[in-house]
Ligand binder design. Sequence first.
Ligand code: JFZ
Length: 417
Amino acid sequence: MKTKNQEWFKDAKYGLFIHWGLYSILAGEYKGQKTDRIAEWIENFLDIPVEEYEKLAEQFNPTQFDADAFVKRAKEQWGMQYIVLTAKHHEGFAMYDSKVSDFNVVKATPYGKDILKQLQLACEKYGVRMGFYYSQAQDWDDPNGFMQHRDNSKKDFQKYLDEKCKPQVKELLENYGKICLIWFDTPMGITVDQTQELIDLVKSIQPDCLLSGRTGNHMGDYMTTGDNFIPRLPYDGYDGYWEIPATVNDTWGYNKYDTNWKSADHIISLLLKIVSRGGNYLLNVGPTADGVVPEACVEILNKVGKYVTENGEAIYGTKIMPIYPYDIPGIEFTRREHKLYVHVLSPRIRVELLNIGNQVSKAYILSTGQELTYRVQRSCEGDGMIEVDIPKELHGKKNYCVCLELVEEDPIFEPIK
Ligand code: JFZ
């Protein structure tokens, strides 16, 4: 069971993931060789010697990073409710002031400032929850941390856990205010007992802090799907606590060659599918080494954000949908008590909903309140049918939301007869 203070997660629906570290300097290329995999894995995939990789820290100087503007934009323009920064990814580099290891942004870089602290202050200012990603099993900088695709048999993983992982997690929980969740990842060989040690440590310091589905041995607090994997059906396991980590292009860390951006329209439809099935969308940006989000990505998230902020009532705090037996192209549903939100994502002159048994008391465009004419009837085959007329000025337009006020509390979707 979840605590009262964890319920925010169910209502949040949309969060920002930030993959940022020394890999952002390489941006997908090392000594003329490009990686065709996710860019934050470049050290592993291109076999970069640890001593050489460590030297990247001498170049890390994100002078254009503005935590305040970053968080303000995420909250106000993009509509995101929580932010998760990579405090330490597999590379082992800490993006905060760590006393446990000198391989950190304050000690080892010309920049010398604590990134996580700046983010914390901005999150507190704008009322955004903050969590952090921490790679608890893989640490490619520590001789006893795991490294995927390598021989790990001679490692003293417990030593790494006791001397780096747990002390760092402790620092993070003690020095950065309220942490809404920890995004542990790639648990690899961590045992049940070791996972429990980690969980006990976290809960002893911040009992309300949620733990991701990749904490290890399925012992986290919520379900994390595979990257970019959306359940096809509504999912209410883990008390309905689940999340999809997702990319806008095909990498997490910045890759200057990856321009395979999803369109804003596509991301809006993915967000609505996820929300209607009961989950949260944790969408990633990979800032450059200078500390800015690539312009193409900003433009996409601005467009998505416009939809999200204009139609927030139909997104935040909405409830999991029952299964609707049809797939109507360009239509997604979300709902709350006595309201069915019909998201219109491709142009149409009329919305027709078949096999729905509700009585409607009012229909309107959510963002403007403009009332719409509608009919609740039966099709000539005898199926329940709601028809809503779209006003002329919206013909040819897409991405708006029709709110149907229902007499009944929940939508009544009838099976196909
Ligand atoms: C992991 C990381 O290795 C990656 O760098 C990134 O941080 C991403 C969010 O998470 O990669 C994974 C982990 C698990 C799955 C897929 C990618 N999975 O279970 O499908």
